[in-house]
Design a protein around this ligand. Sequence first.
Ligand SMILES: Cc1cc2nc3c(=O)[nH]c(=O)nc-3n(C[C@H](O)[C@H](O)[C@H](O)COP(=O)(O)O)c2cc1C
Length: 346
Amino acid sequence: MSNSQSVQALFEPFVTGKMTLSNRIVMAPMTRQFSPDGVPGSDVAAYYRRRAENGVGLIVTEGTVINHPDASNQGNVPHFYGEAALNGWANVVTEVHAAGGRIIPQIWHMGARGHVGDYSESEIAALVQGFAQAASEAKRLGFDGIELHGAHGYLIDQFFWEKTNTRTDSYGGDMVARTRFAVEVIEACRRAVGPEFPIVFRFSQWKASDYTAKLAETPELLKQFLAPLVDAGVDIFHCSTRRFWEPEFEGSDLNLAGWTKKLTGKPTITVGSVGLDEDFMTLFTEGKGANHSNIDGLIERLERQEFDLVAVGRALLVDPAWANKIREGRTAELVPFTSEAVKTLY
Ligand SMILES: Cc1cc2nc3c(=O)[nH]c(=O)nc-3n(C[C@H](O)[C@H](O)[C@H](O)COP(=O)(O)O)c2cc1C
């Protein structure tokens, strides 16, 4: 298989003190809205199990919401509280582990109904407690860690971003002050799960309402932003970008995951359009060619340890066997993503 060597870096084990994965491929968190009344059923468990059976190293579940009145405004998004939903998640864990996989839930709050400035300090304390409760349930249910959703303009990110956080108390102000809410959430989760349980933190520059937004315009500001999160107890950063090959700052080709690893020393997950480019597929079938920015660039970056793990979203949403097909060079069998695919739990 001429291409098997070229993808080898994706299939090296990932070993840290707290987490061991059989390879570097992570299923990105993707909201699917197939959980009636917030309860993930056997179809959802089977959907995740198929990814575990087909060689995904780590599954991050779709965002699943904490117990708080504002946490969700979308139907059929799974809850991470209440007996029925938690039993559903316990079954998901059982199925994924039975297939030899690893899985962490993405703990989510969709954001303030009005403005984060409207929350009183006691409401903030209740929100923090909601995240900690979810973390504690994740550990009890046998998950392999948690991911906190601090990206894309949802609650935690609303505190980070100056446009949505105009608070004048100690939860607002400069970049470091705007991390206070996240720091409290991470610290409370850490207390709830103990020192050995992995905490992944997902963040992004971009917001669902503004793809060009930036929390940190320079590496120095990014460093200021990340340092308190590291101190609070994050083990792995999941750096959400829409295209993994885009340099984050001028003067270096490092992407956001590359900079985050360099500035914190923590392992990082990259993400963004892996496997979506048509050239990505032809490169596998026809050898080196047109577009070096995609798969070649990904493997080279992974080999030089710019980041540690690679999250794959849409390509894995439509094709449960994506990871094994890549490993085995069965690229002619890859299923292309279309927007129709979100209607089905393949
Ligand atoms: C249908 C769909 C649902 C998503 N839901 C979430 C989510 O719940 N939480 C999250 O952090 N990102 C979510 N994302 C973003 C993905 O995790 C990922 O970052 C993005 O799709 C880019 O990766 P890709 O190009 O490999 O698809 C979603 C993306 C899609 C396509």
